[in-house]
Write a protein that binds this ligand. Structure first.
Ligand code: SF4
Length: 438
């Protein structure tokens, strides 16, 4: 790798295309399963679930951990990972003792860097051009075997897209997207240019790209955690990755990025799967138990957590009546199974009472304003402060609690000037939306 650095142009320089370049001289405090974060409602653990894929046994272990050590609930993140909240202080060893036997901690040193999203309906609904599961398995194994990867930030993200463009739209640091004909496009951050590699080489190429990122981050002195933070043009990073792949014997060639995008799964039956949405990504103990039971009813007994706060349950060969009765049970437990529900378009950060900086109980306010969401096709995201944790990328309605009370509502649509207004009370959300929508 040192040779690679000598061969490439590593002289760091500011770039206008890298407006978010930052210098990171503090440690990465991103929480993990072994590094708990102190929140206002107790300790918080974030368990990485590559591709969101859980066996029934793993899902049961997570539910046990939440019930025994935390507040009983499970919270999905915008990367399809699971957070446990309200944990007892110093329960880390006990938590590890529950997760490890279920295979949820395959490499403790890598537990915070296994951030991989994958198209959740891959292989289940006839869309996409390949099943990304073999890529997911291979990339996770390669990550856990890489000494260099241990130093990735807990925020660095890989996306494995089966060609439909759902997780490719999530702004990952390394995106691998399947193309018709068996190849794959490898893209770094928001680069316009991609590298075409064979489908077989795709997982190895993704890891190599991350290792090149680490080398450049170190050489630049920026300590960047994410590709778009590097003080180096992303085209230069892409060129360095191309050289590294070539040296490693991985064939690659420059190609245009595929910019087509698709939304995540809608609730209800989809192909050979049942899809549900959890408002704000929060599952009560009872809902999680019901979901685990549903997964156990169909081979292979699996759940796929989505980056859109939902869950896909593979249900191959399920008779329509059986699928309907399982979905009815999940709906009775309070999960969203109706494709017409506004819930999948509404998100909110943790807010009060779990997060100290929050100026409001944003989830309660978002729920009060739910019916007005039908007035816009855009996602609506509520935040308790300007950090906007977990907010969606792309066009959306941004609702942020204001310092003096109430909210600032802004419609952010690409190519248009943002339009904002003030909202005193969530009951006036429909009128506020009408003032900001294009
Ligand atoms: S956006 Fe602010 S209030 Fe919301 S979770 Fe993040 S830090 Fe807390």
């Amino acid at each position: 790798m040192v040779g690679m650095l000598a061969a490439m142009s590593t002289a760091p320089h500011p770039s206008s295309s890298q407006a978010t370049a930052v210098s990171r001289d503090g440690g990465d405090a991103c929480p993990g399963a072994l590094r708990l974060h102190a929140a206002d409602d107790g300790a918080l653990a974030r368990v990485r679930i590559p591709g969101g894929v859980l066996t029934v046994r793993q899902a049961t272990s997570l539910g046990d951990a939440a019930r025994r050590l935390g507040d009983g609930e499970l919270h999905l993140t915008s990367r399809g990972n699971v957070q446990l909240r309200g944990l007892r202080p110093a329960c880390g060893a006990e938590l590890a003792g529950l997760l490890e036997p279920a295979g949820l901690l395959p490499s403790p040193a890598h537990e915070r860097v296994r951030n991989v999203v994958a198209s959740p309906l891959s292989g289940l609904d006839g869309h996409g051009v390949r099943d990304v599961r073999p890529w997911l398995t291979a990339l996770d194994a390669a990550l856990c075997a890489s000494t260099a990867a241990v130093t990735l930030s807990g925020r660095f993200l890989f996306a494995l897209d089966d060609g439909r463009g759902d997780v490719a739209a999530l702004g990952a640091d390394v995106t691998v997207r399947a193309t018709a004909g068996g190849a794959a496009l490898l893209t770094l951050g928001g680069a316009r240019e991609a590298l075409r590699v064979s489908g077989e080489d795709a997982p190895r190429a993704a890891l190599l790209a991350a290792e090149v990122f680490l080398e450049i981050s170190r050489a630049s002195g920026s300590g960047a955690w994410r590709v778009d933070e590097l003080p180096v043009p992303v085209a230069e990073l892409t060129a360095a990755v191309e050289r590294a792949l070539t040296r490693a014997g991985v064939g690659c060639a420059p190609a245009a990025r595929d910019t087509g995008e698709a939304e995540g799964p809608a609730p209800g039956p989809v192909g050979s799967a049942l899809c549900v949405h959890a408002p704000f990504g929060r599952f009560t103990a009872g809902q999680w138990r019901e979901l685990t039971r549903a997964a156990a009813a169909f081979p292979p007994g699996e759940l796929r957590l989505t980056p859109w706060r939902g869950v896909v349950v593979p249900a191959p060969d399920a008779e329509p009546d059986r699928a309907a009765s399982v979905l009815a049970r999940l709906a009775a437990a309070g999960l969203v199974t109706d494709a017409g529900s506004p819930w999948p378009r509404v998100g909110a950060c943790t807010g009060r009472p779990g997060c100290a900086p929050s100026r409001a109980d944003v989830r309660a306010d978002a729920a009060r304003a739910l019916t007005a969401v039908g007035r816009t096709p855009l996602p609506v995201y509520w935040s308790g402060c300007e950090r906007r944790c977990g907010h969606p990328r792309g066009d959306h309605v941004d609702v942020v609690a204001a310092p003096g009370g109430g909210y600032r509502v802004t419609t952010a649509v690409r190519g248009r000037d943002p339009r904002g207004t003030l909202l005193d009370d969530p009951s006036g959300f429909a009128a506020a939306l009408a003032r900001t929508l294009p």
